[in-house]
Design a protein around this ligand. Sequence first.
Ligand code: FES
Ligand SMILES: [Fe+2]
Length: 440
Amino acid sequence: MPSVLETSALEFERFYSFINSTKEFVVNTPELQSWTTYVYVSVAVMVLWKLYCLLFVPLNRVRKLSDVGYLTDPGFSKRETANNVRKRRKIGDIPPVYPNGWFGLCESFQIEKKDVKYIEVLGLNLAVFRGENGEAFAVDAYCPHMGANMAAGGRVEGSELVCPFHAWKFRGDDGVCSHIPYCEKVPSVAKVKSWPVMEVNGWIYLWFHAEGIDPSWFPYTIEGIADGSWKYGGRTEHYVNSHIEEIPQNGADVVHLEHVHSPLLGAGVDLRYMWSKFWGFGHHVWNAQWSAESSPNEHIGVMKLGHSIKCFGDNLSIIDMEVIAKQIGPGIVYMEFSSALCTGVYIQSLTPVEPMLQKMVHNIYVNWTVPMCIAKFYLLAEAIQVERDIMIWNNKKYESKPLLVKSAEDGLVARHRRWYQQFYSENSPKFTFQKNDLEW
Ligand code: FES
Ligand SMILES: [Fe+2]
């Protein structure tokens, strides 16, 4: 048996001869001495990487508030412009700012077992965590002992959250304090508020009700996602500076489709320039209807949408798409679509981060046979259309008494306003306007 020293010497000798033979190979191969070879190889690696991302990696498009929908003031940055608009714009006589319903807190993949996440939405400061058994919980972030933020350094044990300051331990399901390390008897008032949450369709949702009423309805499970027959194609994230009701109201505003969403995607998202002649060879064609479902699903509004594209006067039938978009309460939309290229669903989550600031996330799931690049294209196409809407929302005033004319189209907007009233209640939070608080 060779000693350790002899084995190491042998290994070193092998390594040395490998280096020598590699060196010889490089010296005797003229192509490897030319720097252009390395440029070609680098470019090829980059192209392959891009191709791999395009074909196999889901889309992740994140836009900050100031990235989309503002007319930049001369001499100001995009961020300064967004802040200026937020301070100066007339908001209008807006309804309560946080309606009642289920709202997306975060996507399931964003919080792993034993993770704690600090989330501010709906005027709440929450510690959202996932227990060791995989169940998700949301409790008020501030510890009742001395006010530490339990999402800032707190840790998960079982299904409980341990405060980072003095290690009081709170149960996720009811918020009760189960243990104080230096006190044998835990007082019965030692408790944080625990919020109803449910996890479905790749989201952790929270039930918010201004009167403290328990959930009266639930978002339904989408079969294709639950049974794995649809695959995830990515996400987009936007921030919208408007009252939350403006956004679902677009579902009933069928007239805007022609005026905001007609130009081809290549024409971009700036409403001022999207009607350029260059892109005038084609346009999107929409037809839509909106109605509210009846009891016990009166919390659901349904938009039926038909979409096609005309190029040089001809219909591109491969693009034809039928969409059933279900608005499930104020904060969730499931848009199931089918076309020759692709079948699947867009999931929209809309959650107020502040009274006049909405976080809007879209996910796409498509059937397994659809290549990832097509799923991503569908999601990107949707994002471009949404960014056109954002330019309207970010700059408009909420019109509490809209001048609706006698027509089926404006009649739908009026119906939507009446339908949406069900999500407000006596104690729904109202907006108190403080200009200084609007810095983004
Ligand atoms: S502040 Fe949380 S245990 Fe003391
Ligand atoms: Fe729209």
